[in-house]
Structure formats: structure tokens, C-alpha cells
Design a protein. Structure first.
Length: 173
């Protein structure tokens, strides 16, 4: 079974102050766009770099997730540390993901330049950081998702098949 990780990084959601809407929005998109059967390893964690790092490592190394998507913690506020946690656990960074996500967000809000989304590879796992608002999650993930299945192919992960509404790009052999 293919395993995908979703981590909502939020002090308030992890404390139960409000519902975890961003993480659930991300899971809904994965279910909408992927036709391959998969299970979701789902966590809500506070904005604490060691906690985020430990969860990323667990999902990649122990749970065997081929893709981990985080929501939240990508802004400039002092407690926004998701990109730092991601960089700390990855062997390779993929700055093109963040560049495309910021360019996409700039079509909607001028403050997109404050966002620090990124992506990287840990072993056979792709980790992608998304913003914390459901609308922005859809806009950003929609922009980069066509490249995700091929990236996972290249790092030795399982083949992810996508719905016609979200075709994956794979170069012709």
C-alpha cells in the first residue's frame, strides 16, 4: 500500500483551539487527484522545529511515506519554522517548488513574497511545504502537483497514478 503523510503545523490546531481545516483540505485534494490506492499518515503538530523534524523523519523513515505534505508554518513570523525543519531533514532541496508556488500565489495576493514554501527529498520521500490556508493550499498544490508523481518515480518511490482532472507529467520514453 502506498503511504502518504500529511502534517498540519499549527500551535492552535495542535492544542485543540480550532479545527484542523488545512490538513483535511490537503487530504481531500490528494483523494481527488490520485487514483492509486493509498493510506494517509496524518498528524497535527505545534510550530516547534524539533517536533516537526521528528515527525518528518518518522513518516519518511519508519512509516515509509513516499510523499509528505505539510500545511502551515511557512511565513516570516518567529514561530514559522516548517521550512527550516524540512531543510534540516532533507538530503536535497528542490527550490523550484517554492519558486513556482510563490509565483502562483502572486496572482492572488502581493504578500506571496513573504511565503517560504519549499520542498526537498529525504531518501525515497518527497517533502512539500504548503501554506496554511485551504484556498492557498489548493492553488499551490495544484501548480506543483503535475511534477510530483515523476519526482517520486525518479527517487525510487511507487508509481502514483492521477485522475484526468490532474494529469501528471512524465517525459516520453
Amino acid at each position: 500500500m502506498i503511504s502518504l503523510g500529511v502534517i498540519n503545523v499549527s500551535d492552535r490546531a495542535s492544542a485543540g483551539v480550532y479545527a484542523d481545516i488545512p490538513g483535511q483540505a490537503c487530504v481531500a485534494l490528494l483523494r481527488e487527484w490520485l487514483t492509486s490506492p493509498f493510506e494517509v499518515d496524518y498528524q497535527v503538530v505545534p510550530d516547534e522545529q524539533p517536533v516537526i523534524e521528528a515527525e518528518l523523519q518518522r513518516m519518511a523513515d519508519v512509516a515509509g511515506c513516499c510523499l509528505i505534505v505539510t500545511t502551515g508554518g511557512t511565513g516570516p513570523a518567529p514561530r514559522d519554522v516548517t521550512p527550516e525543519a524540512t531543510a534540516a531533514v532533507c538530503q536535497k532541496m528542490l527550490p523550484g517548488f517554492g519558486e513556482l508556488m510563490r509565483a502562483t500565489s502572486l496572482r492572488y495576493v502581493p504578500t506571496a513574497i513573504l511565503s517560504r514554501q519549499t520542498a526537498g527529498i529525504r531518501g525515497r520521500c518527497l517533502i512539500v511545504n504548503l501554506p496554511g490556508r485551504p484556498k492557498a493550499i489548493r492553488e499551490n498544490l495544484e501548480a506543483v502537483f503535475p511534477a510530483i508523481p515523476y519526482c517520486i518515480d525518479l527517487i525510487g518511490g511507487p508509481r502514483l497514478e492521477t485522475a484526468p482532472s490532474m494529469p501528471a507529467f512524465r517525459p516520453k520514453a
